[in-house]
Design a protein around this ligand. Structure first.
Ligand SMILES: [Zn+2]
Length: 240
C-alpha cells in the first residue's frame, strides 16, 4: 500500500470509527485509549501507521469528542431552558386560574348581596308598567327559582274584576297596585315574593278562579288601566 493510500485509509477509518462511535455509543465510547485506536487502525489497514497518521487520527478523535460533548451540553442547556419555560407557563396558568376563581367568588358574593337586598326590600305601591329596569339581573338568575314563562293578566278592585271582595285580597290584605298579584297557590305559595321580568317584585297575596297554573293576575288601581295593559307574557322567578 502506498503512503498516500495508507494515509487516506487511516483518515477514512478514523472518520468512520468516530462517526460510528458517536452514533452508536455516544461520547463515552470516544474515551477509549489511543493504543486501542491505533491497533484498530493498524489491523484494518494491515500495516503499521506512521506517528503522523496516528496523531491525525487522534486529533480527529479529540475534535469529534469535543464536538459530541458540546452537543451534549447544548442539549442539556436547551432541555433546562425548555423546563424553565414550561414551569413559567404553568405558574402563569395557575395564577390566571386562581385570579379567575377569586373574581368569580367576588362576583357571586356581590350578586348574592344584591339578591338579598331585593328579597329584603319592601314591595310597595307603585304604578305597574313594563320597564327594562325590571329585566332579570344576574343576581336573580343566579339565586332565584325560575318558574318559567307566565301569562299575565291585570285586574282591579271593581266588581267586574274582583266581585264583592272589592279591595280585599284572599289573604286579607288590601289590593295594592305594585304589590298585589293573584296566583295559583299550588304553584306559587301565598306570601311568596315574586319577580316578574319587566314588571318587578310583587307579593303573592291573592287568588282567582281563572288563575291556574302558569298564570298571574297583576293588581292595578282602575279597570281602565287593567284593560289597557291587556294580556302579557313574562319570565317569572320565585324569590323566597
Ligand atoms: Zn275591573
Amino acid at each position: 500500500m502506498s503512503i498516500s493510500l495508507r494515509k487516506h485509509a487511516a483518515m477514512f477509518l478514523a472518520a468512520t470509527f468516530t462517526v460510528g462511535s458517536m452514533a452508536t455509543f455516544g461520547a463515552a465510547a470516544l474515551d477509549q485509549p489511543t493504543a486501542v485506536l491505533s491497533s484498530t487502525l493498524n489491523h484494518s489497514v494491515g500495516t503499521v501507521l506512521t506517528s503522523a497518521e496516528i496523531s491525525n487520527a487522534q486529533q480527529a478523535m479529540a475534535k469529534a469528542k469535543a464536538s459530541a460533548l458540546k452537543a451534549q451540553q447544548d442539549a442539556a442547556k436547551k432541555a433546562q431552558e425548555e423546563a424553565a419555560k414550561k414551569a413559567k407557563a404553568e405558574a402563569a396558568k395557575k395564577a390566571a386560574e386562581e385570579a379567575a376563581k377569586k373574581e368569580a367568588e367576588i362576583k357571586a358574593a356581590a350578586t348574592k348581596t344584591a339578591y338579598n337586598q331585593l328579597v329584603a326590600s319592601a314591595a310597595t305601591a307603585r304604578p305597574v308598567a313594563y320597564s327594562t329596569t325590571y329585566l332579570a339581573s344576574d343576581a336573580i338568575k343566579a339565586n332565584a327559582t325560575a318558574l318559567g314563562n307566565y301569562k299575565l293578566t291585570f285586574y282591579d278592585p271593581c266588581v267586574a274584576c274582583n266581585g264583592n271582595n272589592q279591595a280585599l285580597t284572599a289573604t286579607g290584605t288590601t289590593l295594592t297596585e305594585g304589590r298585589t298579584i293573584a296566583v295559583d297557590p299550588s304553584v306559587i305559595p301565598l306570601g311568596s315574593r315574586v319577580f316578574i321580568e319587566g314588571y318587578g317584585v310583587f307579593i303573592a297575596e291573592d287568588t282567582g278562579g281563572a288563575i291556574k297554573g302558569n298564570k298571574i293576575d297583576i293588581a292595578v288601581s282602575t279597570h281602565e288601566r287593567a284593560n289597557e295593559l291587556g294580556v302579557q307574557y313574562a319570565n317569572v322567578y320565585l324569590l323566597k
